[in-house]
Write a protein of this length. Structure first.
Length: 437
């Protein structure tokens, strides 16, 4: 990986792309520290220093924003609205025939879906920005902070509208920066910004674990977390690269005097076909009951049960339900993102077949059978990785601050591998020697 980056900096056009990407990343990180108008920055910092945990949905969004959410900056929402909009459009593509037709139109249809994603991102940013401002005004953003109700001193309608507009504009700028990286930089822009947001929280999280530790002034806990993190990175790299390759043979066809086909290829089915989306879905869905209790301030028996069993990440009910939801959403997302019947029809149209399997319906049934078999270990792997912060390090009291959590490590490893592959592919295109030297 380091060799690929070194060779990339020696190539002039790749060096420009890498420097352009780094420049956009610097602008993005500066924006995550600029507070929006109407916020008492000192009160926010006081509450952040007093906060011991960032659990639930706020913690998830705060991780994706690089810590900007709880600081209520212009990039407080980060890329979370865009991620949510992309997932919603992808789910609606299966349900709405118009979107499915656009998806099959190629580049023109993809551009139209991208435009819809942008509009939905702005709408979600307005909704989430309004919710964040309302939460900050009520003091619920930091429950254990004495000055939480003083974060927004001016409660007027004009100030609230300005704050929402500022955060919405910040989300649009983040989306634009991500598209600039995709067009003129290296890798997928949104993935790069997500990678930077998560990686930016690592140093402070690791140092917090060292300060909270009691063995050898915290260095034992610090070293253990580093060791566990390296093992997890190795495991995630191994599983993310694992795939089942289904061989496909194309028959020869004579068109005029030329013969076409006769080649063999394969269909790569990844063990973790769903990626990190099941973890995001499960985390968001589990926090909805806790969010309802938080806004209602109810002390009823049902609210107490939710606080003790669903809001507490160490509760057995929360752990079991979290694991079950991850497995369920893994199968659900794979079912809507990979259509065996469509793949089988395309293979049949171009004269392709799986050796030993008849074309058409038997091929679709075989692909569905294989996909279900490899999704089981993939979903169990996702559940175990997501529960590591809760189960493996509870003894150190750092379960909530563990930086190598399931969502973060999956995104970092996935984006890192994909970016390195793109750099290597561009290097091969520029250093291709051909058949004659």
């Amino acid at each position: 990986m380091l060799t690929a980056f070194a060779r990339a900096f020696k190539t002039p056009d790749l060096r420009k792309k890498l420097l352009f990407t780094l420049g956009i990343v610097v602008i993005y990180r500066v924006g995550t520290h600029v507070p929006i108008p109407g916020v008492d920055y000192r009160a926010v910092q006081t509450c952040i220093d007093q906060a011991s945990t960032n659990t639930g949905l706020f913690g998830l969004v705060n991780m994706f924003s690089g810590g900007a959410l709880l600081q209520i900056t212009i990039f407080a929402l980060g890329i979370m609205p865009y991620i949510t909009a992309s997932i919603i459009l992808q789910l609606l593509t299966v349900v709405i025939p118009r979107l499915e037709a656009l998806k099959k139109e190629g580049q023109a249809g993809t551009a139209k879906i991208t435009q819809y994603t942008r509009y939905l991102t702005v709408a979600l940013a307005i909704l989430q920005g309004t919710g964040l401002v309302a939460t900050a005004r009520s003091g619920s953003l930091f429950q254990n902070c004495q000055v939480a109700s003083q974060i927004v001193p001016d409660r007027s309608i004009f100030t609230t509208i300005v704050m929402v507009i500022t955060m919405t504009a910040g989300t649009a700028v983040v989306m634009w920066l991500g598209e600039l990286i995709t067009d003129r930089g290296i890798g997928n822009g949104m993935s790069i910004l997500m990678f930077i947001s998560i990686a930016a929280t690592f140093p402070s999280a690791l140092w917090a674990i060292k300060q909270q530790g009691s063995l050898a002034d915290g260095w034992i806990e610090f070293g253990t977390v580093i060791a566990v993190g390296l093992v997890m990175v190795g495991l995630v790299v191994f599983v993310e690269q694992a795939q089942r390759r289904i061989p496909v043979q194309y028959a020869k066809r004579m068109i005029g005097r030329r013969s076409y086909g006769g080649t063999s290829t394969y269909i790569p089915l990844k063990v973790n076909q769903a990626g990190v989306i099941p973890v995001i879905f499960a985390s968001s869905l589990l926090y909805i009951p806790a969010l309802i209790v938080q806004f209602t301030n109810s002390n009823a028996s049902w609210a107490t049960w939710i606080k003790d069993n669903l809001a507490s990440t160490s509760a057995p009910v929360h752990i079991a339900l979290y694991f079950f939801l991850i497995v369920f959403f893994a199968f659900f997302y794979v079912a809507i993102s990979f259509n065996p019947e469509e793949v089988a029809d395309n293979m049949k149209k171009y004269g392709g077949f799986i050796p030993g399997i008849r074309a058409g319906r038997p091929t679709a049934e075989y692909l569905s059978y294989v996909l279900n078999r490899i999704t089981w270990p993939g979903s169990l792997y996702l559940g175990l990785i997501a529960l590591v912060p809760t189960m493996a390090l509870a003894g150190f009291g750092a379960d909530q601050n563990f930086p190598f959590g399931g969502t973060s490590i999956l995104i970092i490893v996935g984006v890192g591998l994909e970016t390195v592959k793109q750099i290597e592919s561009q290097l091969q295109q520029r250093n291709y020697e051909g058949f004659l030297r």
